[in-house]
Design a protein around this ligand. Structure first.
Ligand code: IVH
Length: 674
């Protein structure tokens, strides 16, 4: 027998087809590519070249056949030989029962009917025609009779077989129906990329999937490759020996299609309802969007007997989930003051049922979010509830905006205490800065009593609640006005514990300047910063008068902190409260101020990178700061030293590029005098 002269090429082509398919799956489906894009391109190019040299060896299921040009002038029409029907809907269990009653009446069937329960996939319905096992035409559902020819785009979808597997006999001509979907994780990534590129994000995976199929120009092939196809029906060419819908799914699977693994046979309507409930409960854990379940009479002879109406079959019904989105009207926008003083704009809505619960409020998060969505009072809005999260406003229905509405701005004064609100640079949140604001008082008092602050033993959360709720403490300083008699009258307080609390309040008054600063609860002023500011100024009065610039000059104090501190003390209410606290006996030891910029490392800026052997990075930073140096995180021309430990990474490279002096650990120790 003559040797096949092309045997080697044939084997190589088989290998390449298999290998490229495998990498496609790894890349698009599993999200864990094993080779670089360049290597992938090399494989594909090699395959193309071999196929070009030997066209007779080109396999119809070759990955090179997935790429093709779509028509340039709109899509051609495709007639569905068997109409693509739609489904009748049931909104609740009662409607499901009437569906089942109807089915049993028509079939004169007393016993429970066997149904197949399937998830109702929320994507775009398509039909794929295969002739002698090869994909010839792929089309959208269109009006059910005529759709659009989107074959070229569908060929890029990796889970659509170009050639049917022949584990099960394949008819001459067969049309397979199913849903093209975009899995949620890929949808989210797609939207992230769109936002990065300044494009409008897609509203939901269904729109993104349907839009992907109908691309005509500048085809986003990546989006097409991210699509998934799940088959659920055969239009023409269903084998006669397949007698049930479950059998249809098994056949489709044998031909190489993905089908919903969540499908289950259900005996009787109660089982169907239970199936639906299970799908609803699992909804948030699914990788793809479903908007209900579909019940299909399992036996095909029964299906034929029941027949179809013009639009939908009598043997199937879609049991819809309660909608997760609804429209409502914004009656008001209220600013709520949280325990930390953050003002959260909240839309009060005309009550509406969304996903099974009544929604009356939806958070608008912050001013930026309001600006982005431009939500106004009296606007009609789309409200969304996803899982257990608080309802959100998706968008404004602009066509329904009444005349003369105005953009919403968070109030300039706190709605609770009337203090002027402020929004620090670079922050999304608008706050009420008033220490005594009733909305924040409990929180502020808890903070004052905490261990790192004034450490008031016996002043627990429950007690704080009582004190504020009974009006015994109306301002921050009022805690130090409490006497044993008043305290003893409170719930769960005996004379003894009242006396103890008075003693610990007395003790707490003797503190340090740093602890006092912490107790005030100034934003961004934690332990480390309080220490830096306290040791720099030595006493409170210079801090009260310090400008932003003076504060910023302290090593370790950045512009955000400086602004927070300055604004805090600039508020006359806070200044007054601080005065009260001092009058009531809160005091600390005064130390001599540390003149600015002293220490051997004054004016020097350090960047630490890589691991140090002899000390932690935190300790190194502290030592540098103690000696007057400043530690920053990014290397720039202003950096004096980059300290490079083990595995230093990109910062070292940057230092070398900019010509910044690099110190090793030994050199740093020497500099620190250790
Ligand atoms: S069967 C005659 N099964 O829902 C049966 N359709 O509202 C018609 N759909 O156009 C289709 N999941 O695009 C069927 N498991 C499923 C489905 C499903 C989603 C879509 C399909 C159809 C629409 C009808």
């Amino acid at each position: 027998m003559a040797a096949d002269p092309l045997a080697a090429d044939r084997r190589r082509i088989d290998f390449l087809v298999h290998e490229i398919d495998r990498h496609n799956r790894l890349y698009y489906l599993d999200d864990r590519p094993e080779i670089s894009d360049a290597e992938y391109d090399r494989l594909l190019r090699e395959l193309r070249e071999l196929e070009h040299a030997h066209p007779e060896l080109r396999r119809p299921d070759s990955p090179t056949q997935r790429v093709g040009a779509p028509p340039s002038e709109g899509f051609a029409e495709v007639r569905h030989l068997v109409p693509m029907l739609s489904l009748d809907n049931a909104m609740d269990a009662d409607e499901m029962r009437s569906f089942d009653d109807r089915v049993r009446r028509e079939l004169e069937h007393e016993e429970p009917i066997e149904y197949l329960g399937e998830p109702k996939l929320d994507g775009a319905g398509v039909e794929l025609v295969y002739e002698t096992g090869r994909l010839t035409v792929g089309s959208t559902r269109g009006d059910g009779h005529v759709g659009e020819d989107v074959t070229a785009n569908l060929r890029l979808c990796p889970s659509i077989p170009l050639v049917l597997a022949t584990r099960s006999p394949v008819p001459e001509r067969v049309s397979v129906r199913g849903e093209v979907i975009l899995p949620i994780a890929r949808f989210e990534r797609l939207n992230e990329r769109r936002l990065e590129r300044g494009l409008e994000p897609f509203a939901n995976p269904r729109n993104a999937a349907a839009g992907a199929l109908r691309q005509l120009h500048d085809i986003d092939t990546r989006r097409l490759r991210s699509l998934e196809f799940r088959a659920y029906a055969i239009g023409e060419g269903a084998p006669d020996d397949v007698t049930t819908q479950a059998g249809i799914l098994a056949t489709l699977e044998a031909w190489g299609f993905g089908v919903s693994p969540e499908s289950e046979t259900c005996r009787g309507v109660d089982a169907l309802i239970a199936y639906h409930e299970r799908r609803l409960a699992a909804r948030d854990r699914m990788q793809l969007e479903i908007d209900g379940s579909v019940a299909k009479v399992n036996r095909r002879d029964y299906q034929a007997e029941l027949g179809t109406l013009t639009r939908s079959p009598r043997w199937a019904i879609a049991f819809k989930f309660p909608p997760q989105q609804e429209t409502s009207v914004v009656e008001a926008i209220e600013a709520q003051v949280g325990r930390t003083g953050a003002l959260t704009p909240v839309a009060r809505l005309k009550p509406v049922r969304v996903g099974g619960v009544t929604v009356t409020y939806a958070s608008l998060h912050n001013q930026d979010e309001i600006d982005r969505k431009d939500v106004r009072v009296h606007d009609t809005v789309v409200v969304q509830r996803a899982g257990d999260v608080i309802p959100q406003i998706v968008k404004v229905v602009l066509s329904k905006r009444p005349r003369r509405t105005r953009r919403y701005r968070l109030p300039a004064r706190c709605p609770v205490c009337r203090a002027e609100t402020l929004r620090l640079e670079g922050e999304a949140v608008t706050r009420c800065p008033n220490l005594d604001c009733p909305a924040q008082l409990k929180n502020n008092l808890r903070h004052l009593a905490s261990r790192g602050a004034l450490d008031v033993e016996g002043l627990g959360d429950k007690l704080v609640d009582q004190l504020v709720e009974r009006g015994l403490v109306r301002r921050f300083s009022d805690v130090f006005r409490l006497d044993a008699e008043t305290l003893a009258g409170l719930e769960r307080m005996g004379e003894k514990s009242a006396a103890n609390l008075v003693t610990s309040l007395e003790r707490a008054k003797r503190t340090s300047l740093a602890r006092f600063l912490i107790a005030l609860g100034i934003r961004d002023v934690g332990e480390g910063v309080a220490e830096l500011i306290a040791s720099h100024f030595g006493d409170l009065d210079p801090i009260l008068k310090a400008s932003r610039e003076e504060l910023e000059a302290i090593q370790g104090v950045g512009p955000t902190i400086a602004e927070s501190v300055e604004r805090f003390f600039a508020d006359p209410r806070n200044a007054a409260e601080v005065g009260e606290l001092r009058d009531l006996g809160v005091r600390w030891e005064v130390s001599p101020p540390k003149p600015r910029g002293d220490g051997p490392l004054a004016g020097k800026t350090f960047v630490l990178t890589g691991g140090l052997a002899g000390m932690t990075r935190t300790r190194a930073r502290k030592r540098i700061q103690e000696l007057g140096g400043k530690v920053t995180s990014a290397v720039s021309k202003k950096t004096d030293y980059v300290v490079a430990g083990a595995d230093p990474g990109g910062k070292l490279e940057k230092a070398q590029q900019l010509g910044v002096e690099v110190l090793d650990e030994a050199a740093l120790e020497k500099l620190l005098g250790e």
